[in-house]
Design a protein around this ligand. Sequence first.
Ligand SMILES: Nc1ncnc2c1ncn2[C@@H]1O[C@H](COP(=O)(O)OP(=O)(O)OP(=O)(O)O)[C@@H](O)[C@H]1O
Length: 232
Amino acid sequence: MAYHLKSRIELCGVSQTFSQNAQQVQLFQDLTLTIAQGHSYAITGPSGSGKSSLLMLLSGLAQPSTGQGYWLENDSRRPLAGLAKEIGYIFQQFHLLPELTALHNVALPLKLRGVKHAEQLAKSWLDKVGLGHRLQHKPAQLSGGEQQRTAIARALVFSPKFIFADEPTGNLDSQNAQDIADLLFACCEEQGAGLVIVTHSELLAARAEQIFNLAQGHCQLRQSKLQEVYRA
Ligand SMILES: Nc1ncnc2c1ncn2[C@@H]1O[C@H](COP(=O)(O)OP(=O)(O)OP(=O)(O)O)[C@@H](O)[C@H]1O
């Protein structure tokens, strides 16, 4: 795939500060990072170092305290907030809609995009994540791992350009974890999605083309199998 055809996400000189108990906590400062469609990335680091917060910034779901995030496509450079319809996000806490069945949770992003046969497609994705027998169950009637797999099906069902996954295998046994990792990396390799995974699992991180480590406010490239280097 040619360099200029890929969408990219750039964070330029980004800082994130939170107010906690009347104190300012700075998670990271002057962070610059680029990710590209069709490639896979893992973010590792100690608990509380800001990995989930960084994922929210990269996806445009949160705004940095200072600095800018951009979405570059062809010759255009747009604010990251405009990326919302193009991304699949797997939240650490799943965020399934409690009143909807698994089938309707997964069909919802398709319906919002006006896709025909949304429920049929949603069913095929629930089959892929091994939940073909849980279509009519609501989130409260599903185990933690089943909720996680439903959330993964919901994030992948509309072939997003970028997939952001916060601890996507955290609640799964080793066989399910491997199956879900296979599915995520297949979306990256076969459908050309960009994939960013936050994980404590070295096994999962090792499958990504680049591994970043976030610690004490700094994000360092730990390992790279990429030929092309993207710079913000
Ligand atoms: N909206 C917010 N308001 C205030 N503090 C926040 C907010 N979001 C995150 N934080 C704080 O930022 C720090 C980093 O949180 P974050 O969830 O990004 O870390 P993490 O590296 O993903 O952790 P873990 O590996 O335990 O999931 C935590 O101390 C958290 O309390």
